[in-house]
Design a protein around this ligand. Structure first.
Ligand code: ADP
Ligand code: VHF
Length: 371
């Protein structure tokens, strides 16, 4: 499994194996794996659970069954312990990113998160993401880090998602209570039968068990992201991953990443506005595979937000030549259209980057669609 940018999700049992405070028992080998990947030029984003488990001993609680409010209080204090636990295994800096699934559903926040992670990766920083449990309004069992990791993999255009747990992969039934359970090494289609095999967790500080991992895999493979569920308690698993050997369960991506994203752009997202382009920009997009810069924009119609999908129109023929995700809102775009990218900061007082629509976020429609 050749990968260049991966999201690695680490479950609570690996951070706090005794369910009470953080430990380096498994985190050390995981950190070494991440460092090895980085040395090979691979980019890694870590999604780490463990806040609740790490903070458990610091919040007074009665019965083993914890209320949601108590879990949130534990998550918030445990987050500090969990981050400190990770940082001690890395010479390079780690960043803390606390988000909710609803943040990722909001286009402007989506773009903001994407940019933050992009810049951090370019600076050799390891982004460490966890759900912002304090502000979630759903039960903690709803906001789970498996599904969050699949969304994070989409935000940062990862090609692979590794879900590290305390189990070798997906079994035909829960192996912790069924001796005859068998490991499934490859899953090409996520069917109802696969979901029926996936049970819940026996760890009361974890969320979702195998079911949320299958949900995450389903989301990821649809977006062209190869997904693996592997055992993070075994150091030989990391050696296998580096040798491109599957040590657990592999879910094969449906299409390659770019095709999946462009399919999604073309067929799923509704355009919220239009931008008219000069001949130079049209040529660059159609024949050079370029991203759209502000200099080639002649006019901006309609109101749209940063992160909305827009049509790109050839001013001369009035044909819609492409569709893409616009990184600026209509108001800012009107102010920078026709300008050189160097002027953006001076005009807006902030700079979201040179590019208005990145080529990876654009699908060319081959002049087949009239305005
Ligand atoms: N079909 C299955 N295959 C593997 N594990 C399963 C299955 N059904 C239920 N499980 C349980 O899911 C657990 C992993 O989920 P969970 O405890 O939520 O992990 P994490 O904290 O890593 O997210 C395993 O320890 C296992 O008991
Ligand atoms: N945000 C929670 C994560 C809950 C969760 O998804 O746990 P897990 O099933 O172990 O990945 C925490 O930090 O404890």
């Amino acid at each position: 499994m050749n990968f260049n940018r991966a999201v690695i999700k680490v479950g609570s049992a690996l951070i706090a194996p005794t369910s009470n405070g953080c430990s380096g028992k498994y985190a050390l080998a995981i950190a070494q794996f991440i460092t090895n990947c980085q040395h090979q030029g691979k980019e890694i984003i870590l999604v780490s659970s463990g806040g609740v488990a790490a903070g458990r001993s610091l919040i007074h609680h009665g019965s083993p069954k914890l209320s949601v409010a108590t879990k949130k209080a534990m998550a918030s204090v445990g987050q500090m312990q969990m981050m400190a636990n990770w940082q001690r295994f890395f010479d390079s800096p780690c960043s803390q990113i606390l988000i909710t699934q609803s943040d990722l559903a909001d286009r402007e926040r989506f773009i903001s998160i994407k940019k933050t992670i992009q810049i951090q990766l370019a600076n050799g920083i390891l982004p460490i993401v966890n759900e912002n449990d304090t502000v979630t309004t759903d039960d903690l069992t709803v906001g789970d880090n498996d599904n969050l990791a699949a969304l994070v993999a989409q935000v940062c255009d990862a090609d692979s998602l590794f879900i590290l747990s305390d189990i070798d992969g997906v079994f035909t039934k829960d192996p912790k209570v069924n001796n005859d359970a068998e490991l499934i090494t490859n899953i090409e289609e996520i069917t109802d039968e696969i979901y029926a095999m996936a049970g819940t967790s026996r760890n009361h500080l974890a969320t979702g068990g195998m079911k949320t991992k299958i949900q995450a895999a389903e989301k990821a493979v649809e977006h062209g992201i190869n997904t693996y569920i592997v055992n993070g308690t075994k150091s030989e698993v990391f050696a296998a991953l580096l040798k491109e050997v599957n040590p657990g369960t592999r879910f094969i991506a449906k299409h390659d990443k770019i095709t999946a994203k462009k399919h999604w752009l073309k067929h799923t997202l509704k355009s919220q506005g239009q931008i008219s382009l000069d001949a130079g920009a049209v040529n660059a997009l159609l024949h050079k595979g370029a991203s759209l810069l502000p200099a080639g924009i002649l006019s901006v119609t309609d109101k749209f937000k940063a992160g909305d999908t827009i049509d790109l129109v050839d001013h001369h023929s009035q044909a819609i030549i492409a569709k893409g995700i616009c990184l600026y809102n209509h108001h800012d775009l009107k102010r920078i259209m026709g300008k050189h990218s160097d002027e953006i900061d001076g005009i807006l007082g902030h700079d979201l980057g040179d590019v208005v629509v990145h080529r990876d976020d654009m699908v060319i429609l081959k002049n087949d669609s009239k305005k």
